[in-house]
Design a binder for this molecule. Structure first.
Ligand SMILES: C[S@@+](CC[C@H](N)C(=O)[O-])C[C@H]1O[C@@H](n2cnc3c(N)ncnc32)[C@H](O)[C@@H]1O
Length: 193
């Protein structure tokens, strides 16, 4: 059964939202000042904490989300933080829409575990579609066993098998996490082939 994300935002039933960017992303951006500051996309960005982190690190950051309330809230926060020249959040369906442009970076954080598991092949196809050839895909996955979601769990092997035909794996590590996700996350960095 599909999730009514807009209804969850309207009810304030947004327990996934920690009010700050993924700690693993914060550390990655701080550690890699050498990367050219290209265009970064954050699909399923919710209230846009990760979008603002990419923009604050100097990237041209775009978020994409289905839920109009999340899009509005994200753009308000971007404006309040003075990041409007470097960031924006658009409303749309990452799995189905044609890319508005192709990006240098794609960042996954709690969208892969939020969609129905049957949609994961469509996610992998969309990731390849929205990225430039040679573009990088940084993913922070939630390795929980849950089959009744969202969030829906995944394993390292399931994720690697799903993306390996379109992406080359450049690295993997256990990222710093929010306290309730410590040691439950896996970071993968891929290059689109
Ligand atoms: C679990 S929330 C995570 C939000 C954000 N990444 C965070 O960690 O705070 C999942 C988000 O994905 C959005 N979403 C679900 N399916 C989507 C799709 N096909 N395209 C774009 N956004 C989607 C929902 O509206 C929701 O904001």
């Amino acid at each position: 059964m599909s999730t009514d994300w807009e209804a969850l935002y309207q009810k304030g039933d947004t327990g996934w939202d920690k009010g700050e960017p993924s700690p693993g992303l914060v550390d990655f951006l701080a550690a890699h000042s050498e990367f050219p500051r290209g265009k970064a996309l954050v699909p399923g960005c919710g209230r846009g904490h990760d979008v603002r982190a990419w923009a604050a690190a100097g990237f041209d950051a775009t978020g994409f989300d289905l839920a109009p309330s999340a899009v509005r809230d994200s753009n308000d926060r971007i404006a309040k933080e003075g990041l409007s020249a470097k960031a924006r959040v658009l409303e749309g369906n990452f799995l189905e829409d044609q890319p508005i442009t192709q990006f240098d970076w794609l960042f996954e954080h709690t969208l892969y575990c939020a969609i129905q598991p049957a949609q994961r092949d469509a996610y992998a196809a969309a990731a390849a579609r929205w990225l430039k050839p040679g573009g990088q895909f940084l993913a922070i996955h939630y390795l929980i066993p849950d089959t009744e979601g969202p969030p829906f769990g995944c394993t390292r092997d399931e994720v690697v098998a799903r993306f390996a035909s379109r992406f080359e794996l450049l690295g993997e590590w256990t990222p710093r996490s929010y306290p309730n996700r410590t040691n439950l996350e896996l970071a993968l960095r891929w290059r689109r082939t």
